[in-house]
Design a protein around this ligand. Structure first.
Ligand code: F6R
Length: 608
């Protein structure tokens, strides 16, 4: 996710800004830039790719003497990771420079309005509207221009602003995106991440949503959205640098698990407008959809598991046959794919070699390819006919967590969208699903609240050397991912089984003390699951039952229960996966594993 930094003081700002950006590199980015006040002007430098390019371009900041400036590392969302799209963005007259984290959802109408007023846009970003709005509203009063600009923005944003006519002054704005002020002696700072600050100060002030601050070397003044001054006591940070990078969490995996309410929100919120699913970038007419005879979903690993979940929603809502196949198999078959096939390719990194090869093979045969990808402008995104980004933010831990849940969220949105285009979903079902999708971030948060309960269960069960995940229907699809998560980070042997299939052979492995995790959230088949739980209990298994909140019946058979927040059955695997990720995490922690970098695994598998 993007990183923001701002500095005002007596020493040159540029080296300090570059150092702050370096400290935030771990967040992931694909371009970087700085803007510094130099006399009555603002000078900016921007570069795509690594921060080293920006450092080389500015001679590590030595080219800039100014003592007040802003910096940014960009993780592309709107527009490719090019120099033009890199921040800071300047107003046409060079009076304002802006850096931004988050998404300005209404940037398109604002852009049209500003263009009609004669403003010229030099980037494809949502951010550039902010620089021009500031310019439009500025009449010598910076605070008023900021307030008027912010009042026009919808979405989530933290902003850093410098104005050429206000030497030594910075403005920092926060709305639903992190921003922290750093208090120094004769110098002050802001940053999206405490990591960028703790080399300089451990005294910080947290802004609340809707607040903004004006910083000079001697003073920080905070205002609410009405312009009234807010008094806020500073806090002291005692994290180590390493802890700060992980936002205070012990591992990136745990941080990314915890980020899921926000990540899912980023994936869905811009795609829900007035109760409708709006998929910008996807233009599939009813006639085109009616011409599709089958859908093939292809991916690897967890992304494949997301596809296994998505199949249920697409088949149920659209009534089109869906086949889900791992890319490494699909690429070497002679698949029945032609121009009547819709291909859905899923990948967090967008660079997985097998997925790319399978995609090319299917496209060669005439299939139209929709990519569900996290990394903007990655190979898969560029190869696709249509791209739906998951907007989960960078994932650092090798084991994917928010990557998976956001993929499932986007697949469900796609299923609802296609069913509606085809006229195969009733208005009531449509409205219920939109309501369920809208509530997902809150459901994810409630699933995260299970954290300490799951930690306790992991302490109880971490010594099992081999275990089973069983479930039916969507619970079975969720088992596939739950089992992979556990084995990859904890190195325990585990298998995912369709609960009804167990007795066709594998039940031979159920013995005294074997842990079986029974996912029984799909209530239409709850009684069947209870029978399967009885079967394994009769053979000595210990059962951790996962059921919906309020379903106490699970405890009549299971030894322990995990209660997942209720949601529409088609959305279940999203909140259901969170306790499973936490279980994998805490078991691995108990067993002393290298959680963020499990042995033998790579984050992006770019070789066959
Ligand atoms: C598991 C995991 C992998 C990836 C797989 C595909 O936690 O991360 O199984 O899901 O390697 O990677 P992407 O999604 O980048 O194509």
């Amino acid at each position: 996710m993007c990183g923001i930094i701002g500095f005002t003081g007596a020493k040159p700002a540029a080296p300090m800004l570059l150092e702050g950006l370096r400290r935030m590199e771990y967040r992931g980015y694909d371009s970087a830039g700085i803007a510094v006040q130099e006399g009555t002007q603002i000078r900016a430098a921007r570069a795509s790719g690594r921060l080293e390019h920006l450092c080389a371009m500015t001679h590590d900041g030595a080219d800039y003497a100014g003592t007040c400036g802003i910096g940014h590392t960009r993780w592309a969302t709107h527009g490719a990771p090019t120099e033009c799209n890199a921040h800071p963005h300047l107003s046409n007259d060079g009076l304002f420079a802006v850096v931004h984290n988050g998404i300005i959802e209404n940037y398109q109408p604002l852009r049209e309005e500003l263009m009609a007023k004669g403003y010229t846009f030099h980037s494809e970003t949502d951010t550039e509207v902010v620089a021009h709005l500031l310019d439009m509203y500025y009449d010598g009063n910076l605070k008023n221009a900021v307030m008027k600009t912010v009042a026009r923005l919808e979405g989530s944003y933290s902003l850093g602003v410098v104005c050429a006519e206000h030497p030594g002054e910075l403005v920092a704005v926060r709305y639903a995106s992190p921003l922290i002020l750093g208090v120094g002696v004769g110098e002050n700072y802001f940053a999206s991440d405490v990591t960028a600050l703790i080399g300089h100060t451990r005294t910080v002030i947290y802004l609340d949503d809707g607040e903004f601050a004006v910083l000079s070397p001697e003073k920080i003044t905070i205002y609410d959205c009405t312009g009234a001054e807010v008094k806020r006591a500073p806090s002291h940070i005692d994290w180590t640098m390493e802890a700060a990078e992980k936002g205070g969490y012990a591992h990136f995996m745990l941080k990314e698990i915890m980020e899921q309410p926000h990540a899912v929100k980023s994936a869905i919120e811009p795609r829900l407008k007035d109760g409708r699913v709006v998929l910008g970038g996807l233009d599939l007419s009813r006639a085109q959809l009616e011409d599709i005879h089958s859908i093939v979903i292809t991916a690897c690993g967890s992304a494949y598991h997301a596809g296994c979940v998505g199949r249920y929603a697409i088949e149920e809502l659209c009534r089109i046959p869906v086949q889900v196949e791992v890319a490494s198999e699909l690429r070497y078959r002679n698949p029945l794919i032609d121009e009547h096939t819709l291909l859905i390719v899923i990948s967090q990194s967008g660079e997985t070699a097998d997925t790319i090869a399978a995609m090319k093979e299917c496209k060669k045969r005439g299939a139209r390819a929709i990519a569900i990808v996290n990394v903007v402008d990655s190979t898969i995104a560029r190869l696709a006919d249509d791209v739906l980004y998951t907007w989960a933010g960078p994932e650092i831990a090798v084991a994917t967590t928010k990557g998976y849940t956001t993929q499932v969220a986007v697949l469900t949105l796609l299923a609802v969208y296609m069913a509606d285009q085809l006229g195969r979903i009733s208005p009531e079902r449509y409205a219920a699903l939109v309501e369920g999708i809208t509530a997902l971030p809150e459901r994810c948060q409630r699933a995260i609240d299970l954290n300490s309960h799951i930690d306790r269960l992991a302490r109880k069960y971490h010594k099992n050397s081999s275990l089973f995940f069983i479930g039916r229907n969507l619970d079975y699809a969720a088992c596939l991912e739950a089992s992979l998560k556990l084995k990859e980070v904890s190195y325990l042997h585990s298998e995912a089984y369709a609960a009804g299939e167990l007795k066709h052979g594998t039940i031979a492995l159920i013995e005294e003390g074997r842990l079986v995790v029974a996912l029984a959230c799909y209530e239409a088949l709850f009684d069947k699951m209870m029978s399967n739980i009885k079967e394994v209990k009769a053979r000595g298994a210990r059962v951790m039952g996962v059921a919906l909140e309020g379903n106490r019946r699970i405890l009549t058979e299971a030894d322990d229960a995990v209660y997942v927040p209720r949601t529409d059955p088609l959305l279940l695997p999203i909140p259901e996966m969170i306790p499973m990720q936490l279980f994998a995490y805490y078991v691995a922690k108990e067993n002393g594993c290298d959680i963020d970098k499990p042995k033998n695994l790579a984050k992006s598998v770019t070789v066959e």
